[in-house]
Design a protein around this ligand. Sequence first.
Ligand SMILES: *[C@@H]1O[C@H](CO)[C@@H](O)[C@H](O)[C@H]1NC(C)=O
Length: 969
Amino acid sequence: MAVAPGRRGPAALAWAALFLTAALAVDRGNFKTCEQSGFCRRQRSLKPGSSPYRALLESLQLGPDSATLQLINEENKVPLLLELWGLRGNMTRIRIDELKPLRPRFRVPDVLVAEPPAEQLAVTGRDEGSVELALGAGGHRLLVTAKPFRLDLLRGRELLCSVNARGLLLFEHLRPRRRPFSDKVSSSVGSLWDKIKSLFHRETPAEPPAAAAEDEEEERQGAAEAGGEGAKAAGAPADGSMQPEAAAPAAEGEAAEEPGAWEETFKTHTDSKPHGPASVGLDFSLPGFEHVYGIPEHAESLRLRTTEAGDPYRLYNLDVFQYELYNPMALYGSVPLLLAHSARRTLGLFWLNAAETWVDIGSNTAGKGGGETPQTDVRWMSESGIIDAFLLLGPTPGAVAAQYASLTGTQALPPLFALGYHQSRWNYNDEEDVAAVERGFDEHDIPCDVIWLDIEHADGKRYFTWDPSKFPQPRAMLQRLAAKKRKMVSIVDPHIKVDSGYRVHNEIRSRGFYVKTKDGSDYEGWCWPGSAGYPDFTDPAMRAWWAGMFAYEQYEGSAENLFTWNDMNEPSVFSGPEVTMQKDAVHHGGWEHRDLHNLYGFYVQMATAQGQVQRSGGRERPFVLSRAFFAGSQRYGAVWTGDNAAEWEHLKISIAMCLSMGLAGLSFCGADVGGFFKNPDAELLVRWYQAGAYQPFFRAHAHLDTVRREPWLFGEENTALIRAAVRQRYALLPFWYTAFYRSHRHGQPVMRPLWMEFPDDVATFAIDDQYMIDRALLVHPVTEQGARGVQVYLPGEGEVWYDVASRQKHHAPQTLYVPVTMSSVPVYQRGGTVVPRQERARRSAECMRGDPFTLYVALSPQGTAEGDLFLDDGRTFDFQTHNRFLHRRFTFASGALTARAADPSGAFDTPAWLERVVILGAGKPAAVVLQPAAGPETRLDFQHDAETSVLTLRKPGVLMADDWSILLR
Ligand SMILES: *[C@@H]1O[C@H](CO)[C@@H](O)[C@H](O)[C@H]1NC(C)=O
């Protein structure tokens, strides 16, 4: 849950404001605009067209797998080092750092799964103004133009992407702090170039002395003092809420070079910026592309908009109270991956930087007549670190997904239960409440796998403890759940109550594991428990210690069926700037929080997942839900869209938000069903259950102040509708689980935009009210109040789709008007696919283990279909470590359905058998014959519905593990 609105200021004020519920929208003033973020303002004030950078072609060196080249800023003579790689699998990596930085600049660790394998580069062309390199086997070439510096990535004669074509490379070199100048405030804004020059200004010679830290710093300091012109303070920013630097108390009489360069103030918070300006920015031009996606998390449509008229999209993990929709403001998580798609190709840009980042998107066609070749321009701006950019060259959407997965890893395979339904609320009050809620599911025959406990379960918000009066017997409670094959999730947030009577705090403090202030003391901020410390999750020793806390003997009252929710891990700091940690706080290795802010939540989830794995001796798969995330978080569990609201627009945008996260690798995404803030009416709640049942992570959750909304509290009719929706989810669990397995293996998103499956159908490019689950199901949830019907677009030239409810066949492409009632959830199975289901209603996913299967075979116009099924124990790593799994493939062709191993390396004992086959789009056969792997042929009973062309085969009775064929004669 989020901090309430509130003016920044005394912590107590923010705390008091938690109890105000009047404000119904985000207080934008709590969060910076680009203009209020010093580096964003500086970067953005650089306009296209006159890059001062020149590539020193004579410095080109080819290493065994990379090329290096120096770039020189001709205004200030600061040299940069450009490194280029042609990575295996159609990727190019571009890294730019200072050749001799004053001190090392932050490079993002732990996000790449490995150093990506590179291919040998070769020089294939050269003249005085350019060099051309061949980038390995993909046939891609890189043209380096010296002046102004520019990179063009080509395949054949096609230009795929240009780097710095607009000349927006801006690399603020590290510099010593200057002495004040007598006239430090110039009266008016100087020429643009004066401003820009001042950013680069340095008095050192073109070839700086070898970087020998302090000596050199002194040398430069001296040079800077001797220097004359240099810094020019631009006029005070237009926005009154920013204090002009001249008015800010300048430390030791030192002056800033530019407002915000060495110190900046936002509301009541001053960022000391001891290392000065260090931002990096670069532009990428994408000819031929009009549609770009990704860079979650924003409450935004799937297709990104151009940002020229307003703020860029911001990536800075923040706890935003009651976020606004269709807005570029930052939210809880960040993945700096942008995708561009056209009917011809898909590209990805991965900007590996964990500092505050803004992304500007420009287009030459937006709002214009056309005629021109479309082009999208993307500009990345980050506050510190280096430029480390990966161009993922596709050419297909699936190839880009695989390329990104090869860099940052794939979705962890969730335990099966985690794909079931989760019941959460802030808060379930006590053990009796938990028992009553759980009983409610059984009384109303609604499946449920997990009951969640929010912050009130702990003793005074001391995580890893239980409130002694409300939860006196946690183990007994967990055992009662386990007896019903259900689980529990308890919240463990990263803010640790400062309390000398709290063991967790004492241990973290005595081991020196807290994040430090710039002065070296333990950093403290205000959060749920009051004054709190923030463990330094960037420290591997801290993470190891934290992981150890999940051992059963450490986390008292825990058990095998207790899993974890990491909330507030942006981190949320009620008393901090923009409700988060001060950027000058200091982490392990001396890095500033500024450098790695967007990684904090990633590490919290990593350490927690590690703890769960460890407590089982490495055998059981973890389940951890995280609110904050970064690139690579998919390796550690699930994410959700944070504190949404019980509004129809929030229901609608949950689809776009999860699609964006899926494109960025985070397949296990969901939104709070019902909406976190405010109270949904019955119609909205039912529609949300119906939509949530078809999203990867399916959890109902609600704010402390909302009225109770367990599924049976809205009258019998609505209970029945919710029951039906949840049961639809459970019937499809084998399909979801198989989709997650393939996502885990190959990196394709489970919930995906239509254009991933129909990449050349332009009509799909902006659709985000419907989507695909894997490649087989198209879902168009009803997200309009009072809807009587929805318009469903069925894509695919020459394809057919089957309405899952009516089994009616539709030809594509077409837009279908589908009348809906309250029980309708428009879902279509694509012709040519096989979907496995388990159709017996049970209490929980675990109760379904061993249940028989039904295969839904939807025939293509050619009379073919294909699908698969993954089965294992649903909870351990044995599928990986001992090949204990079944991966079966079902193929229908020439009137025969056959079952074979999709992956013969696996074996798994299961009594599960095939109880039914439903073939959609089939004629009536004379006879149906089963050929088991061993034993005689048998005839199968069948029923054919001539009106719908549905053929139902009863009781084939074969084991899911066996090979067999069913022949229609
Ligand atoms: C690399 O790109 C080429 C040409 O675009 C394509 O044919 C090939 O399949 C791609 N390889 C991978 C691994 O994506």
